[in-house]
Design a protein around this ligand. Structure first.
Ligand code: NAP
Length: 592
């Protein structure tokens, strides 16, 4: 056991480092697909769940195993489908004009079928020679190949060119791991397994195929909660099955699994509810909140330590599970809806850790590897987001950001100057003399669903010989890479999208900067006003353009609740109204 534990720990640490190197190479363009891809891979908890559901350990284990199989399958099927949907949208100008053939998919399907048949044949050989040991070897080799394919899958995400191919490899890896596990020597009954696989495929398939791109953050949060639920249920069923007669190492692993799994389950459910606007988005705070949360965490840790010393103290175990569920809920209520992307990434990281802990409980190395990769990915994405917002993770979790949401511009607007508004036909005239235009999309474009309008406008301008570029801020919108996915959905080639550092030098030469629903990411106060909450946040230097048009509905501030100095700039004109409507009026004016 100790040797196995040592090997497991080595694997966990090495996979974490490997994950760090792979994930830091993923460009911001692909951060949203990265989130859903790691989410799909974390569905590897399926392999452990299959064994628990089919091994006849007892009614409770079979029931919990069945639920865990259904949850993990939902994540695998839904996660891979939505990742593929997103990646298929990312095209260059050259590729956008070509018709892609289905030959690569056919080749992958043949390869997958050959691999599955190979595993089945090897397993049948093992069974006919009467050995469970042979079957275990088949499964182990399938896991080794899967781990390799997952790593190649993540490596593919370092470029939109290879991302889809990489994801095919990861899907293939998942298939091999699942098929290999079906020959686990302890599995006796396949009925609950089949039911779980079917239910999960139906739910995950519909989520993956039909969820709109704007709902990706809440889908991701929901998937984390399902993955965490699977880990928690398997942890509880393992504890129950052994009647608390566990070694210290196993008890520690189960303790971590249910603690992290439990809080991630309720925390992610809350995050999904806030993002879907089923729950109030503003932070809920009360006196002594942080102190009571820390006390709760302290009690949970105390329960865990007691259990490690005395594994048979069952009441402590169930109290710990209950408190973990409560803690997840309490941890997320003081965080505003707009900060949910950071929370989702952190919970992604926790879900990975719960998965890895489940790997230690079942001594399943593929789960340890993917759990570690998932944990690293979520953690890194949270750090990237916090840096781009110039805030610390502590400020996001404990800062109750966005609690006061002013309705209109704040008093500090007084004395800043005049705000000029413009009509669509006047805007069209501005484009007549323009040679270069930079489009700056933001959260408002997502709200108005104006990405198709933006893409159509760019086409009209390009037909007139105008150079059009898109400026993408790393935290524009409400999730990392949000704008990239929406614009890709509207068939904007990704080689027209420029990251902040690349585009900033071009603003001074741009005749028109067209801001579509972006606010905070363009606020010059971030550069010049030390008292602004945005001070220090890197911004798109829109104010350097020769003229600026802003499409938004009112003078209301954005996510940070801060008035935007850009709107008082004498080069800036506001085209008030819903961005989609304004764009429609602008087309009409341009055509006439
Ligand atoms: P923003 O500062 O939130 O501003 C969005 C603007 O869109 C609002 O001022 C709003 O003004 C306008 N808008 C809303 N609906 C509209 C519609 N239908 N038509 C036209 N305009 C509309 O957005 P941002 O500039 O994209 O900045 C993102 C913010 O979110 C940053 O502060 C960032 O730190 C934060 N954030 C981002 C992430 C991420 O991962 N991307 C994560 C966490 C936090 P009106 O109401 O007047 O129309």
């Amino acid at each position: 056991m100790t040797t196995e534990l040592e090997v497991g720990l080595y694997i966990f640490i090495l996979a974490g480092f490997l994950g760090y190197h792979l994930i830091t190479r993923v460009p911001p363009l692909l951060h949203t697909p990265l989130m859903s891809a790691t989410n799909a891979m974390s569905g590897i908890s399926l392999v452990g769940s299959l064994v628990v559901a089919g091994s006849g350990y007892g009614t409770l284990s079979t029931l919990f195993g069945f639920i865990a199989v259904a949850c993990s399958t939902t994540n695998v099927v839904g996660g891979f489908l939505i990742t593929d949907r997103m990646l298929s949208m990312f095209r260059t100008r050259e590729a956008a004009s070509k018709v892609t053939s289905g030959s690569r998919r056919a080749l992958m399907a043949i390869l997958a079928l050959a691999a599955v048949l190979g595993i089945v044949w090897a397993a049948a050989q093992g069974r006919s020679h009467g050995g469970g040991a042979d079957l275990t070897h088949v499964m182990r080799y399938a896991y080794i190949v899967s781990a390799m394919l997952f790593i190649l899958g993540l490596k593919g995400l370092s470029s939109p060119r290879y991302a889809r191919r990489g994801m095919f490899l990861a899907e293939f890896g998942m298939l091999m791991a699942v098929v290999g596990t079906l020959f686990h020597h302890e599995i006796m009954d396949y009925r609950w397994i089949a039911a779980g696989l079917l239910a999960g495929s139906l739910v995950g398939g519909s989520m993956g195929l039909f969820v709109p791109m704007t709902a990706v953050p809440q889908r991701t949060a929901l998937s984390h909660s399902l993955g965490a639920l699977a880990a928690t249920l398997i942890g509880v069923s393992e504890y129950y099955r052994h009647h608390g007669e566990l070694g210290r190492v196993l008890m520690t692993a189960i303790g971590f699994e249910v603690m992290i799994g439990g809080l991630t389950f309720t925390g992610s459910l809350m995050a999904a509810g806030k993002l879907q606007e089923l729950l109030p988005g503003s932070p809920i705070t009360y006196k002594g909140q942080n102190a009571s949360n820390i006390t709760l965490l302290g009690i949970m840790v105390l329960c865990l330590v007691t259990l490690i010393v005395m594994p048979s103290a069952a009441p402590f175990f169930y109290v710990m599970v209950g408190l973990a569920l409560l803690f997840g809920f309490l941890l997320v209520i003081p965080i505003g809806a707009a900060d949910m992307p950071v929370v989702i990434s952190l919970l992604n990281s926790y879900a990975g850790l719960a998965d890895a802990a489940m790997g230690f409980v079942l001594m399943n190395k593929i789960q340890i590897i993917t759990g570690s990769l998932d944990g690293t990915s979520g953690f890194l994405l949270s750090i990237i987001m916090c840096r781009a917002m110039n805030r610390s993770a502590m400020n996001v979790i404990f800062g109750a950001f966005g609690k006061v949401e002013p309705e209109e511009a704040r008093p500090e607007a007084e004395g800043k100057g005049t705000v000029r508004s413009i009509q669509a036909d006047e805007t069209a005239v501005l484009f007549d003399s323009a040679q270069s235009v930079i489009i700056v999309p933001g959260y408002g474009m997502a709200v108005a669903q104006a990405q198709h309008g933006v893409s159509e406008l760019a086409k009209i301008l390009m037909k007139r010989g105008i150079d059009v570029k898109y400026a993408i801020h790393p935290v524009a919108g409400r999730m990392p890479g949000h704008m990239n996915v929406l614009l890709a959905e509207a068939n904007v080639p990704y080689d027209q999208l420029y990251e902040m550092e690349q585009i900033n030098p071009y603003f001074a030469e741009a005749d028109v900067a067209l801001v579509v629903g972006a606010n905070d990411v363009t606020n010059p106060a971030a550069r010049s006003n030390k008292s602004s909450p945005l001070y220090g946040m890197p911004i798109l230097e829109v104010d350097r353009a020769k003229s600026i048009i802003v499409l938004k509905r009112s003078m209301r501030p954005g996510f940070a609740g801060v008035d935007n100095d850009l709107y008082y700039n004498e080069k800036c004109m506001m085209l008030f109204g819903d961005a989609k409507d304004s764009l429609t009026k602008l087309f009409a004016a341009l055509r006439s």
